[in-house]
Design a protein around this ligand. Structure first.
Ligand SMILES: [Zn+2]
Length: 65
């Protein structure tokens, strides 16, 4: 049984919509993936709310943590 959630985010550089699959095991983690359109590194942050549902936010790599 899978709890993968699909969500659409937008590239912080070029605005291209990107579909991501969220894995509950990734909650609280960050990972970087290159945009398939503009090839710039996008930082994905996966968060879990109190209800246990996952959401993802993106930012460009140059933003400070
Ligand atoms: Zn892009």
């Amino acid at each position: 049984m899978s709890f993968l959630t699909e969500e659409t985010v937008y590239c912080p550089y070029c605005g291209e919509p990107i579909e991501v699959l969220l894995d509950p095991q990734e909650a609280g983690q960050h990972y970087t993936e290159d945009c398939q359109v503009c090839c710039k590194p996008i930082v994905f942050s996966v968060t879990e709310d109190a209800m246990g549902s996952l959401s993802v936010t993106v930012r460009d790599e140059n933003e400070t943590y």
